[in-house]
Ligand binder design. Structure first.
Ligand SMILES: Nc1nc2c(c(=O)[nH]1)N[C@H]1C(S)=C(S)[C@@H](COP(=O)(O)OP(=O)(O)OC[C@H]3O[C@@H](n4cnc5c(=O)[nH]c(N)nc54)[C@H](O)[C@@H]3O)O[C@H]1N2
Ligand SMILES: Nc1nc2c(c(=O)[nH]1)N[C@H]1C(S)=C(S)[C@@H](COP(=O)(O)OP(=O)(O)OC[C@H]3O[C@@H](n4cnc5c(=O)[nH]c(N)nc54)[C@H](O)[C@@H]3O)O[C@H]1N2
Ligand code: SF4
Ligand SMILES: [Mo]
Length: 662
């Protein structure tokens, strides 16, 4: 890392998985600006307001600079040595008395883009050997992974639209113009959708006429949680056309009987849409032949998540759109390279494991416990310590009012963070780790990148205050528990180099060039081989048939989630996005609520007060509340008990609400 003077350094943004290339302007040790890097082959100079806010994040006046430890009732600054020794001793005692399962680990979003930190966290987790692992998986979406496993035999299949060649893209419950994609990064979403809509069909299915829907050729606004009915209708009609997907499939007859009730009239009634819109969508699917579908949190957070994802895959398979130009392509990974080995094939019923002891009705999913079970596990005395790595627990997890007193009972709540928040205020140990401009890094989630690619960045500036690298902190904790996790005398670059797993390029080459990319093969031979070994796509997994039959609908107003442009979850709150509650003028009039007036939103589980924004782009029966605001905290309205029975995903969309003037 060069230091001193004025310089512009090439890097890539790790605020979100779009990983845009950036140029960072530095004067002495002050980061003064971030611009898009036009030479970056993946983002071509694009940045969004969040990436451009990196200097503000780095120089935030409240930033955490020194380790803190609770002394009596108060958090007080201390040295790393004292903080880690105390933490290590407490964890050792807890493990000695109650076993490793009493120590939980949360892999929060804040460490999701710290490659060395994340991998060291995985190593620490393995070394401690605790089953109590939490991550955003069960508060963001499990449906995509579950359906990939049940229908495609592997959770590792991450499909995404082939935007370059698609003739019809259907986006369901995702608003990439704001979010830049769900589980898939997308720099310059406006550009992508403008190009697409100029030459092809883009249908957006969302109860709100979103920023993305405004660029679409058509917008369909079904009642939340009923998207599956629209898809079931399409599947039914495509089957009646005599679908010939040209690939092997299993259980076609079971799928046909599952979708048989979804006639045009039935689907239109359930979804509360005009039947002629369904005719138009069906005609568009027939005309396009191969189609592409992408789903987002509007799908994965609803009670019908798995069933909706199932029918979207069924439609893709039946139209021959999987692994096909203009349809879906599957990311082979850059580091892992799925084409190099045979993916293990999961059994058709999925892999079910027991959930935590205090919640025997729940299951572990992908070896993780549902986030919603954390308060009960603490109250039961099963979890006594929590290593919270970059998680804003009190805004991200459900049922804030239940979680808060539970967290306060923990013997240890150790949080790695860059900025203080409600969760650090409750913590027993606060561990300030390096922010993204202070550490070298490589792309961690290359499966989420829009290309088969990886990038490297050096550190831009030296760490502020006493901040240390996450990997170093975790390795030091491990050492105090008797585990040799990493050599803590290594530099960050040396540590990153030890992870050099990808055979596509060497770490040294990545350092030299800044990025590396592999050709995309479409259709991909590895996918063909995989589907052959699977014995054909599984069209009708029993678990999903059972869930379809169990779906129930309410007709009253419901809560839906929403992202905001100038923040990421709980982060960047200082860019000023307000927690506006969007509702249709009709619903507002019925409840006696005026624009910009305070309202109370109430569910069976709790209530919150916020500012109403009357918005004709929202369909009636829908209340859109942005998440992760500490004040107007939407998780006051959610439940620790309203979970997907198969995966433990919390229900964040479609929760029945009532509206009242404040
Ligand atoms: N009701 C409701 N609840 C939701 C959602 C919803 O839509 N509705 N959305 C859900 C979703 S999709 C998700 S992903 C979760 C997100 O919930 P979390 O996983 O808790 O993620 P964030 O709110 O982004 O908080 C990340 C924290 O990491 C810190 N951080 C940032 N960079 C770094 C770093 O480099 N190192 C360290 N150590 N820390 C860092 C930030 O300051 C921030 O406090 O919330 C979920 N909760
Ligand atoms: N600017 C910004 N970008 C972000 C984030 C952020 O907070 N801010 N968060 C990041 C994270 S952690 C994630 S997980 C991704 C999420 O990325 P997305 O899934 O694209 O999230 P949203 O932009 O909230 O879009 C979800 C849409 O679903 C709609 N919806 C709600 N319920 C239903 C339903 O039942 N059916 C249908 N069809 N639609 C429904 C909502 O109205 C909303 O427009 O975004 C990431 N990117
Ligand atoms: S889209 Fe994501 S990666 Fe790109 S600048 Fe914005 S926050 Fe950074
Ligand atoms: Mo997320």
């Amino acid at each position: 890392m060069a230091t001193g003077g004025s310089r512009t350094v090439r890097s890539f943004c790790r605020v979100c998985p779009s990983v845009c290339g950036i140029l960072v302007e530095i004067e002495d040790e002050r980061v003064v600006a971030v611009h898009g890097d036009r030479d970056n082959p993946f983002s071509g100079g694009y940045t969004c307001p969040k990436g451009r806010a990196l200097p503000l994040i780095h120089h935030h006046p409240d930033r955490l600079e020194r380790p803190m430890m609770r002394d009596g009732g108060r958090l007080a600054e201390t040295s790393w040595e004292a903080c880690l020794d105390d933490l290590g001793a407490r964890l050792r005692d807890i493990i000695a008395e109650h076993g490793p399962a009493a120590v939980a680990i949360n892999f929060g979003t804040g460490i999701g883009m710290d490659a060395a930190g994340y991998r060291t966290a995985e190593a620490l987790h393995r070394a401690i050997g605790t089953p109590a692992k939490f991550s955003p998986l069960t508060i963001d979406g499990t449906a995509k992974v579950l359906v990939a496993e049940l229908m495609g035999g592997s959770a590792g299949l991450t499909g995404r639209p082939d935007y370059e060649n698609a003739e019809l893209v259907i986006l369901i419950g995702s608003n990439p113009v704001v979010s830049h994609g769900h589980t898939i990064g997308m720099p310059n979403p406006r550009g992508v959708f403008r190009d697409l809509a100029a030459r092809a069909q883009l249908w957006v299915v969302d109860p709100r006429r979103t920023e993305t829907a405004r660029l679409a050729t058509r917008h369909l606004a079904p009642r939340p949680g009923t998207d599956y009915a629209v898809l079931a209708f399409l599947v039914r009609e495509i089957l009646r056309d005599g679908a010939d997907p040209d690939v092997a499939v299993q259980d076609l007859d079971l799928l046909a009987s599952a979708v048989e009730p979804f006639t045009r009239e039935h689907a239109a009634e359930l979804a509360d849409v005009d039947p002629t819109d369904l005719d138009d969508l069906l005609a568009a699917v027939r005309r396009a032949g191969h189609i592409a579908i992408d789903t987002g949190t509007g799908v994965t957070m609803s009670a019908s998540a798995n069933v909706t994802q199932w029918f979207s895959w069924a439609l893709l398979i039946l139209t021959g759109s999987m692994n096909t130009p203009g349809g879906e392509w599957f990311h082979p990974g850059f580091g892992y390279q799925l084409e190099m080995f045979e993916l293990p094939i999961a059994p058709p019923e999925g892999k079910s494991r027991p959930g935590p002891r205090s919640r025997p009705e729940t299951k572990a999913f992908m070896r993780e416990w549902p986030c919603a079970t954390l308060p009960d596990e603490i109250e039961a005395g099963n979890i006594r310590a929590l290593l919270n790595l970059g998680g804003s627990l009190l805004t991200g997890f459900p049922a804030t009012d239940t979680l808060r007193p539970a967290l306060a009972k923990l013997e240890v709540l150790a949080t790695t963070e860059i900025l203080p928040n409600e969760t650090t205020a409750l913590s027993t140990h606060v561990l300030p780790t390096t922010g993204q401009l202070e550490r070298p890094d490589v792309t961690l989630w290359d499966f989420m990148s829009p290309r088969i690619s990886a990038q490297h960045t050096p550190a831009m500036v030296a760490p502020i205050g006493d901040r240390r690298s996450m990997w170093w902190v975790l390795a030091e904790i491990g050492a105090r528990l008797g585990h040799d996790i990493a050599d803590t005398t290594l530099t960050d670059e040396q540590m990153l180099a030890t992870f050099n797993g990808g055979g596509r390029t060497s770490y040294d080459d990545m350092v030299a060039t800044g990025w590396a990319q592999a050709e995309r093969e479409l259709p991909a031979a590895w996918m063909h081989r995989h589907v052959e070994r699977l014995g054909g796509w599984r069209l009708a997994p029993q678990l999903l048939i059972d869930q379809l039959h169990g779906l129930r609908h309410t007709t009253g107003p419901v809560l839906v989630p929403r992202r905001q442009l100038r923040r990421v979850n709980a982060q960047l709150e200082y860019l000023g996005e307000q927690p506006e509650i969007l509702l249709s003028p009709q619903d507002a009039a019925a409840a006696g609520i005026a624009d910009n007036q305070k309202l109370v939103v109430r569910t069976e589980y709790g209530e919150l007060t916020g500012i109403a924004k009357l918005d004709p782009s929202v369909r009636s029966g829908v209340v859109s509340v942005p998440h992760a605001h500490a004040g107007t905290n939407v998780n006051l309205l959610t439940s620790k008990d309203d979970l997907d029975p198969a995966t433990g995903m919390t229900r964040y969309s479609g929760v029945p609400v009532s509206l009242h003037p404040a």
